[in-house]
Design a protein around this ligand. Structure first.
Ligand SMILES: NCC(=O)CCC(=O)O
Ligand SMILES: [Mg+2]
Length: 332
């Protein structure tokens, strides 16, 4: 790049001097269409259960979930991400409830599609909301999460969700090879337009703590998830993960958590030029709320600045528990 001028002819502050000019020169735009709103589903009717570690976030029974879907539509949010809180009596070692066509997830998909057909639904594929041990897959006698048996179960779980009406299958389990198997099964059953958003680079992170409260698996989890989720020390490996998932048929890829991994988002976008999404996870949400609660920083500004950072790094969109609040701030 050749500079045509130097100070004092060139002053970068000139274009920043007024609001209209800052708007005119903004390189990145954040709109409600960039947001995916994760929602927690619970049993019953007329139930709202606040999640203590996520102030402002609740689990909703199906009627409340449908109300949130209407709210999202009216705010211009294009897509919801659904997570069930499965009661202990429906959990098992193999998480069979994940394959029940009448489980909470499938009932939520159908209820939303009936009432608000114009909103997109992204559904989580992994066994952790359904297992007694809190792991994302099937565990062998030594406590190791078995890859290939788990992948077979995930294929069945993905088909169960696609049959219920899911628009985007989002495998969050980090098993090897599952994207290709799921894509093949979806094609074979005629679900040609059901997308796959792969949690391609999902790190074994402390930032997921409040989410485990929300889906009821915190107290259950035995050990940690380091034999399948990625080591926070690694970046090159994330590019290999993304390359594999794209090669197996993922339509878009996700990096998770979000803000501490902006370098990964930037590298994935630069290397592959495909749709990349970030998950601003529960611990990130909790940090923002905690900082705002003690008056350390302004909540609304923090929400919008962090979401803008994802767009600037190259994201097509962001999963965030602040989605509805952010959409309101953006004046939808
Ligand atoms: N599979 C979905 C998650 O693990 C979400 C994590 C979070 O929000 O902390
Ligand atoms: Mg992988």
């Amino acid at each position: 790049m050749t500079m045509t001028a130097a100070y004092p002819a060139l002053r970068l502050r000139r274009t920043r001097a007024s609001g209209w000019s800052r708007r005119l020169h903004a390189e990145t735009v954040l709109t409600p269409a960039d947001l995916i709103w994760p929602l927690f589903i619970t049993q019953g009717q007329g139930v709202e259960e606040p999640v203590a570690s996520l102030p402002g976030v609740s689990r909703w029974s199906l009627d409340g979930i449908v109300a949130r879907a209407r709210e999202a539509r009216d705010l211009g949010i294009p897509c919801l991400a659904l997570f069930p809180n499965t009661p202990p009596e429906l959990r098992s070692d193999a998480g069979e409830e994940a394959l029940n066509p009448d489980n909470l997830m499938c009932r939520a998909i159908r209820a939303i599609k009936d009432a608000v057909p114009e909103i997109g639904l992204l559904t989580d594929v992994a066994l952790d909301p359904y297992t007694t041990h809190g792991h994302d897959g099937l565990v062998d006698a030594a406590g190791y999460v078995e890859n290939d048996r788990t992948a077979d179960a995930l294929v069945q779980q993905a088909l169960t969700q696609a049959r219920a009406g899911s628009d985007i299958i989002a495998p969050s389990d980090m098993m090897d090879g599952r994207i290709g198997l799921i894509r093949g099964a979806l094609e074979a059953e005629g679900f040609h337009n059901v997308q796959i958003m792969s949690y391609a680079a999902k790190y074994a992170s402390v930032f997921y703590g409040p989410f485990r409260d929300a889906v009821g698996s915190r107290g259950l989890l035995k050990g940690d998830k380091k034999t399948y989720q990625m080591d926070p020390a690694n970046a090159e490996e994330a590019l290999r993960e993304v390359a594999l998932d794209l090669g197996e048929g993922a339509d878009s890829v996700m990096v998770k958590p979000g803000l501490p991994y902006l370098d990964i988002i930037l590298r994935v976008k630069s290397e592959f030029q495909v749709p990349v999404f970030a998950y601003q996870v529960s611990g990130e949400y909790a940090m923002i709320e905690a900082a705002a609660a003690v008056g350390a920083m302004d909540r609304d500004a923090l929400v919008l600045e962090t979401l803008m950072a994802f767009k600037r790094a190259g994201c097509s969109g962001v999963l965030t528990y602040h989605a509805a609040h952010a959409a309101r701030l953006l004046g939808a």
